[in-house]
Design a protein around this ligand. Structure first.
Ligand code: 5GP
Length: 180
């Protein structure tokens, strides 16, 4: 059953889960013999990190950050405030940042600069979705789940006004769901 506010399903639950299994296998190969600290950016990446962690076979630790952009909520300004910092020290650790969606890249650029200053042994990014066409700053993202068109998507952790995060698929909202 598709949610009545969803116009179309961009990525089905099966497509999302099967791609995450592939990413997990690739990450497990790349980090063979090491352990990896997965750092999710709340709240959108919460579902992705939970599934991805279970598809990684090397030892995994989890940590979380929460950030908010200054300025308008619909446009990324690139100025980021850390609302919740990591609990772990990351010096000399292999850190993999887990993102839900990479849009302009401004938020992640700030975050990576901040994390790099803490001198991790390595620092890479895995994003479930990427809107390549919207990128305003170059970001080296080692693992990309899917390239998606420049449409506002919800589901699988992604929200509109805190709704739709629990949909198991990624979909495009009907205009009636965000007008009024
Ligand atoms: P940026 O890369 O522009 O700095 O911002 C990325 C953040 O914008 C994402 O983590 C997400 O919170 C939000 N975002 C960008 N595109 C979408 C989208 O299509 N749907 C949803 N729900 N959030 C988005």
């Amino acid at each position: 059953m598709i949610h009545p506010d969803i116009e179309s399903v961009l990525l089905s639950e099966e497509e999302v889960q099967s791609r995450i299994r592939e990413l997990g296998a690739e990450i497990s190969r790349d980090y063979e013999g090491r352990s990896v600290l997965l750092v999710a950016v709340l709240r959108g990446a919460a579902l992705f990190i939970a599934d991805l962690a279970r598809d990684i076979t090397v030892p995994v630790e989890l940590d979380f950050m929460a950030v908010s952009s200054y300025g308008s909520s619909t446009k990324s300004s690139g100025v980021v405030r850390i609302l919740k910092d990591l609990d772990e020290q990351i010096e000399d650790r292999d850190v993999l940042v887990v993102e839900d969606i990479l849009d302009t890249g401004l938020t992640l650029k700030y975050l990576l600069k901040n994390l790099a200053s803490r001198k991790p042994a390595s620092l890479e990014v895995v994003t479930l979705l990427s809107k390549e066409g919207k990128r305003r700053v170059p970001i080296t993202c080692k693992y990309v789940g899917f390239d998606v068109p420049d449409e506002f998507v919800v589901g699988y952790g992604l929200d509109f006004a805190e709704k739709y995060r629990n949909l198991p698929y990624i979909g495009v909202l009907k205009p009636s769901a965000y007008q009024d």
